[in-house]
Design a protein around this ligand. Structure first.
Ligand code: ADP
Length: 260
């Protein structure tokens, strides 16, 4: 990204410009380094808890498991679910790392993708899903798998953090595609709304843990939105619900017929 430069025979203006660039570079590197450090520290912290639980139950099993079938079952279940948790954490951390790299882009019909995904959820959950779309064709330039992921994350969160119906809407305003997921659940306090996109951030650690949350879903969603020159935002009222919106630039439709 940066080229080597030769500082001989440079004017004051040019040197000043170089100094500015150099300082910018340092800020950028420092910022990245700190983020990296924070990530490693958070990740180790998140992994420590399940490891600790597995270890404790393992020791308990070794000491008292044979003569106590109830304890045996409890320990086996706990070890199994903590192993699942570690697996999910690692999968999501890898996903986060992968999603920051450029992915292959193609023209994707968001209307078809969203319809298909909503159908999958309707088939898998008892919950009421209301789906509204303005049109059957909204093309965006994107990576199919990543866009699917972001839709999954937002719908899964709505399912996890609410009990009522879920409203999903896809619309177009000028050259923007807007995908929104609205729930009538617990909502998010205003002070925490911007932080939910941070890695490992959870409003309620215990509750999120119970529902299998890692605090990485929205961070993954945010990196995908960034990769697609899109924005991801939330509007929420505690006790009333939340709406997460993904806004993406619409891709100019490629004509099938070439006219001269
Ligand atoms: P998690 O795996 O914990 O769900 P996310 O990154 O997907 O992690 O979300 C971060 C946090 O944001 C959650 O722990 C939860 O506190 C909050 N959150 C996300 N979606 C919603 C929602 N639809 N309603 C209320 N809170 C939400």
């Amino acid at each position: 990204k940066w080229k080597k430069i030769n500082v001989e025979n440079r004017s004051k203006d040019e040197l000043f410009e170089m100094e500015m660039t150099f300082n910018e570079m340092i800020e950028y590197l420092k910022d990245n380094y700190e983020k990296q450090e924070m990530f490693v520290s958070n990740a180790s912290h998140e992994l420590k808890t399940p490891i600790q639980i597995v270890k404790s139950y393992g020791q308990l099993l070794a000491r008292r498991g044979r003569e106590n079938p109830e304890l045996f079952q409890e320990a086996v279940d706990a070890i199994d679910s903590e192993a699942d948790r570690m697996q999910k954490l690692i999968e999501q951390m890898l996903l986060l790392a992968k999603n920051t790299q450029a992915a292959a882009m193609q023209q994707v019909n968001l209307a078809t993708l969203v319809s298909d995904t909503v159908s999958t959820f309707q088939g898998a959950y008892e919950r009421e899903f209301q789906f509204k779309k303005d049109t059957d064709t909204i093309f965006v330039n994107g990576n199919y798998g990543q866009l699917e992921q972001i839709i999954y994350i937002l719908i899964e969160n709505a399912l996890k953090y609410s009990k009522d119906k879920i409203e999903i809407q896809l619309s177009q305003r000028k050259n923007l595609a807007i995908f929104a997921v609205k729930d009538y659940g617990q909502g998010i306090p205003e002070a925490e709304q911007s932080r939910v996109f941070d890695r490992f951030y959870r409003v309620d650690k215990a509750r999120s843990r119970d529902t299998g949350g890692t605090g990485l879903g929205l961070a993954i969603a945010k990196t995908i939105a960034d990769q697609h020159q899109g924005t991801l935002s939330v509007k929420s009222m505690p006790g009333e619900g939340s709406t997460f919106s993904l806004v993406l630039p619409v891709d100019k439709v490629v004509k099938d017929e070439i006219t001269d």
